[in-house]
Design a protein around this ligand. Structure first.
Ligand code: SAH
Length: 228
């Protein structure tokens, strides 16, 4: 074991094949900066049918993940000294860049993915934090888990080509990034602002700062009004 450990409990381990094809994560895996270990919930299921879910007490639509398989899978994971357990749920705290930064100082994140109508309430006791990736409902916690693995991995030293790209990007501080351009200087009558071609670094710097403020107030007043 080396690097940052992600240990994920999921009923759909195949969904995580995606992360081996996502640039930054592939590179981080190749360089052993991260380890992603998948725990197939089905293998911890009960009886010959490997049952993992059941009907909700009190009635209602759909199936709910049972506590025993998730507890069993969870207890089979070796915990590193700096470890946190995250439960994926639309009822959790909405994920922010600040959370990813905070977690990037850990050694390990254990992620529990729900499915179907959700999970037995007693599963919540395993979690240090309950996390939602936004105010909408997906069919499972796999895409939220991949979101966290992706967002956190790119913050780890050695994963990005140029670590400076983290400094001024959107959501680092409460400002969105300034508009970016590359060659050619004119494309279909759309011109790169003269100032970016001027070579005057001080002016470029203040233009960018202005643009960040403008963008944020136009698009995300809510961010601009937050003080941290
Ligand atoms: N009936 C549940 C939702 C179940 S969705 C409720 O109303 O709370 C099935 C599973 O998908 C959840 O247990 C959770 O693990 C995952 N999921 C769905 N939407 C999510 C979101 N926005 N953020 C994080 N996880 C989510």
């Amino acid at each position: 074991m080396s690097g940052f450990n992600f240990d994920v409990i999921t009923l759909f381990p195949k969904a995580f094949e995606l992360i081996s094809n996502l640039g930054v994560i592939t590179r981080a895996q190749d360089k052993s900066l991260i380890d992603v270990n998948l725990y197939d919930l089905r293998e911890y299921g009960e009886g010959s049918y490997r049952q993992v879910d059941d009907k909700p007490y009190g009635g209602g639509a759909g199936m709910v993940l049972k506590p025993e398989p998730i507890y069993k899978a969870y207890e089979s994971i070796s915990k590193l000294p700096k470890s946190k357990t995250l439960l994926m749920t639309p009822q959790g705290k909405v994920l922010k860049q600040k959370d990813l930064l905070r977690w990037s100082n850990l050694d390990q994140i254990i992620i529990i993915c729900g499915q179907y109508e959700g999970f037995d309430e007693r599963i919540r006791c395993l979690a240090d934090e309950e996390i939602s990736i936004g105010d909408y409902v997906l069919s499972g916690g796999e895409i939220p888990a991949i979101t966290i693995i992706n967002g956190l991995t790119r913050l780890l030293p050695g994963t990005l080509g140029d670590p400076n790209s983290l400094i001024e990007e959107s959501h680092n501080s409460n400002l969105l990034e300034y508009p970016q351009y590359t060659r050619p200087p004119i494309y279909r009558d759309m011109k790169v602002p003269d100032i970016l071609l001027s070579g005057n670094h001080n002016e470029i710097k203040s233009w960018r700062k202005e643009q960040r403020l403008k963008r944020t107030t136009e698009r995300r007043k809510d961010l601009y009004q937050q003080d941290n």
